[in-house]
Design a protein around this ligand. Structure first.
Ligand code: ACO
Length: 327
């Protein structure tokens, strides 16, 4: 019997920042951002931490399943913007939610965080190591964005998506297959230079803006187009899926051009592709679960739908998951 997603929810902070916000102080335009990325607006949290984005989504997710807090077994938080280096944000979430019997940990795989954590959670549940996992993909990207750099400030947003992973009660439905990759050679193109043990915080690292994201956009773009498209096609072929078999592609939302290129390689029309980058930008670990949650809430996602989840992010990390929706 496979593991599956038995409940899903999402949370975005209320404050909307359109592209025009950046026009006020950066040399950029709504036209450039829309054309080059597909982004029109994003949400930034004015207060609080990543755990504060997770908690409302987690409460909603558990409520939808009718699960009591005492029954939560394990909490995994996929994020690159943890509340602190330590303790783990999973511990903060456990305390804020009040889930007395849960254990848990954080997982760092940048934009592939939700996918890597989904596979981890599924295998944990299938092996009997936990009855359920509260799986949180969340990032407060505004905490590490260089708002003086037009090449990154406009790309990201804050948000959270939370899924409950349990054993499926139908052998046909759930998480069926995955292909995951990492390649440290890509590390030099997308990273946060300081604040870790390699380069502890100092006056110099702050002055040099090394606690913000460093991204070489074009190098990442090229690798993302190839990586996400290749792995998506590979998982289709491995599972004998034609383009007509696939009901939904749920791609990581970094750039609409990367998403379109992936859909094109898979032979899928855009009406089979979940896209929320226009309204929320790149929310890193939250893009995939927030899309699933929004589409499920809208009644567009049906039991039995064949779904490919695909991601690419810093590391490099990338992969795809094939699942049949069971809600
Ligand atoms: N407004 C106006 N001009 C801009 C902006 C902006 N916001 N940003 C960059 N430009 C300029 C550049 O300075 C450059 O100008 P120049 O030619 O005078 O030097 C020009 O636009 C072209 O820049 P490129 O970097 O070539 O633009 P590109 O078309 O590649 O788009 C982008 C840049 C959007 C960053 C793109 O490369 C991209 O999406 N990269 C991938 C991002 C990604 O997938 N990240 C991975 C996930 S994130 C994670 O894991 C945390």
């Amino acid at each position: 019997m496979p593991a599956t997603i038995t409940s899903i929810a999402h949370y975005f902070p209320p404050d909307v920042y359109t592209n025009h916000y950046f026009e006020q102080y950066l040399e950029t335009s709504d036209e450039w951002i829309t054309e080059r990325t597909g982004i029109k607006e994003r949400r930034f949290a004015k207060n609080g931490a990543t755990s504060d984005l997770i908690v409302p989504a987690a409460r909603e997710c558990l409520q939808r399943r009718g699960m009591k807090l005492e029954d939560v077994d394990c909490i995994i938080v996929a994020t690159v913007t943890p509340d602190h280096m330590f303790p783990a944000t999973a511990c903060v979430v456990q305390q804020k939610l009040g889930a007395p019997n849960a254990w848990g940990f954080d997982l760092s795989a940048a934009c592939s965080g939700f996918l890597f954590a989904l596979v981890t959670a599924a295998k944990l549940v299938e092996a009997g190591g936990a009855r359920n996992v509260l799986l949180c993909g969340a990032d407060k990207m505004s905490a590490i964005l260089d708002f003086q750099d037009r090449a990154q400030a406009v790309l990201f947003g804050d948000g959270a998506g939370v899924a409950l992973v349990e054993m499926s009660d139908d052998p046909e439905l759930g998480i069926i297959d995955h292909i995951l990759h990492i390649d440290g050679e890509g590390g030099k193109y997308l990273y946060q230079a300081a604040g870790g043990s390699a380069k502890p915080a100092s006056y110099e690292t702050v002055a040099n803006r090394e606690h913000f994201i460093h991204q070489e956009g074009q190098a990442v773009f090229k690798a993302a187009v190839k990586g996400m498209a290749d792995v998506s096609v590979e998982i289709m072929e491995k599972n004998n899926l034609t383009k007509d078999d696939v009901d939904w592609l749920v791609p990581h939302q970094a750039n609409l051009r990367i998403i379109s290129a992936t859909a094109q390689r898979m032979g899928l029309p855009m009406d089979k592709v979940m896209v929320n980058i226009d309204k929320y930008a790149n929310t890193t670990a939250a893009t995939i679960p927030s899309c699933l949650s929004q589409w499920w809430e809208a009644g567009k996602l049906k039991k039995g739908d064949k779904i490919i989840l695909a991601s690419f992010g810093a590391g490099f990390t990338w992969g795809a998951v094939y699942m049949k929706w069971s809600l």
